[in-house]
Design a protein around this ligand. Structure first.
Ligand code: LLP
Length: 432
């Protein structure tokens, strides 16, 4: 063992109290590591801060950020509800034993099969996106069934975030516009439906948002719409789901606001505005995904070497790729990283970190100052807990990494590393 390989070395990064080289020795790379205590702490922050003396509240974890059986179990243990957007997410949650009554079924294009799955499993709430979904649901729902329904509305608010993860502009594909007169008819028909219980509205402004004002504006606009519905249709909207979007820290450019101070303020604003508008204060729901898991996640890669191009650019080659780290290629997202077995070594050179995919856009980090790496050093990319494992693919027939939970010096494998056999499990021969 060389000097760098001594476990518990001061120059090594620890994740959840486990030395990064121990993680690599036991689980190999590329590897997703989640600090379980950090996830639990974020859940508790949301659960304790999103409370108000006169407003009922509910925190729902947006499972698209990171879902597997173990996280579904953890989320249930922490008392949150769960948002799923597909049959696959729903099936995973149900397989984990997540109580169906606490599941919210979202998505903008639910198929008949997915809706049937939701009805068969008595999913607690279906969040309808549009009239077609209502028609599909009506065609399969039985007379003696009663299902809670929310309607996704689009209040036309522009959140300051990347275009691909912004959702409430007027031309977004999600929900029905509050400015569209047809929305009133849709609300009326949901309300009148004998097998549906219309409970309220859902809206989601976008993701990775750092401005508290965007959330306040969203809440106030929705409340005004609730008052409008009361006046126009005489329907009381009992619940208001404000979606997710709370920003996370990836690099020092990101400054998430304090949830502890903002969430109670948001509820105060909602209570006060409801009174001003002469409506009953609705129950308020939020759906954080990224803010719960992003910062708890680390991706570990083995560095195989470096390459200086003829043009003078310096690459670090890792055993990962855009298949396990898509966000840089897709959103030009920025990340911080370190050499996990030499965290206190001086950063000396600017590198572009890349991987194995056959694609010039296969970039993990575009520009980062790092110590000069040696072969088999471990690169640790921070804040990769959200939308990494869930957006990973088998491009180039690369294997999806394992996922390990680490906390209090112990580790748990929660998703096995894929094998080559997994890659061909659904392939069929031509049969000639
Ligand atoms: N609720 C709804 C209805 C959503 O559409 C989303 C995210 C969330 C909640 C959770 O948002 P969060 O709290 O995680 O920001 N793949 C992109 C993010 C797409 C988000 C889609 N919807 C990324 O990697 O940044």
């Amino acid at each position: 063992m060389s000097k760098n390989e001594n476990l518990n070395n001061q120059n090594h990064l620890n994740i959840g109290g486990v030395d990064v080289l121990e993680l690599v020795k036991n689980y190999q790379t590329p590897l997703y590591v989640m600090d379980e205590s950090k996830i639990r702490k974020q859940c508790q922050t949301f659960m304790t801060s999103f409370k108000h003396k006169s407003v009922r509240t509910e925190v729902i974890y947006a499972s698209k950020a990171f879902l597997n059986i173990a996280i579904a179990e953890l989320i249930h243990e922490e008392g949150l509800s769960l948002d799923v957007v597909s049959g696959g997410e729903m099936f995973t949650a149900i397989s984990a034993g997540f109580p169906a009554s606490k599941i919210y079924f979202h998505g903008n294009n639910k198929s008949v099969d997915e809706l049937k799955l939701a009805l068969d499993h008595q999913i607690g709430t279906i969040v309808l996106d549009n009239k077609d979904e209502l028609d599909r649901l009506s065609s399969i729902i039985l007379k003696n069934q009663k299902i809670r329904i929310m309607l996704r509305i689009n209040p036309g608010i522009d959140a300051h975030t990347h275009e691909y993860i912004r959702t409430t502009k007027n031309d977004s594909k999600f929900g029905v516009s509050i400015f569209d007169p047809k929305t009133l008819f849709l609300i009326q028909s949901i309300h009148n439906h004998p097998s549906l219980e219309f409970v309220g509205f859902h809206s989601h402004i976008g993701s990775q948002i750092f401005e508290t004002n965007s959330f306040k504006e969203l809440a106030i606009t929705n409340l005004k719409y609730i008052a409008h519905i009361k006046k126009q249709l005489g329907i009381e909207v009992k619940e208001l789901n404000l979606g997710g979007g709370f920003g996370a820290h990836y690099t020092n450019e990101d400054q998430p606001f304090s949830l502890e101070s903002f969430l109670p303020q948001l509820l105060d604003t909602i209570d006060l505005t409801s009174k001003e508008l002469d409506i009953s204060t609705p129950k308020v729901l939020i759906e954080p995904g990224r803010a719960i898991v992003a910062e708890a996640g680390y991706t570990l890669y083995t560095i195989s070497g470096t390459k200086e191009t003829f043009g003078g650019k310096n690459f670090i080659f890792t055993d990962g790729s855009m298949a396990d780290h898509l966000r840089t290629a897709l959103y030009q997202a920025k990340y911080h990283a370190a050499i996990g077995n030499r965290i206190h070594d001086k950063a000396e050179k600017n590198y572009t970190v890349t991987g194995k995919a056959c694609e010039s856009g296969d970039i993990i980090i575009k520009d980062i100052m790092l110590p000069i790496p040696q072969e088999n050093d471990i690169l640790v990319v921070y804040s990769t807990g959200a939308y990494h494992y869930s957006m990973s693919s088998n491009y180039n027939r690369l294997l999806k990494p394992a996922v390990v939970f680490a906390s209090n010096g112990k580790t748990k494998l929660v998703v096995k590393r894929e094998t080559y056999q997994d890659l061909i499990r659904n392939d069929l021969r031509l049969g000639k």
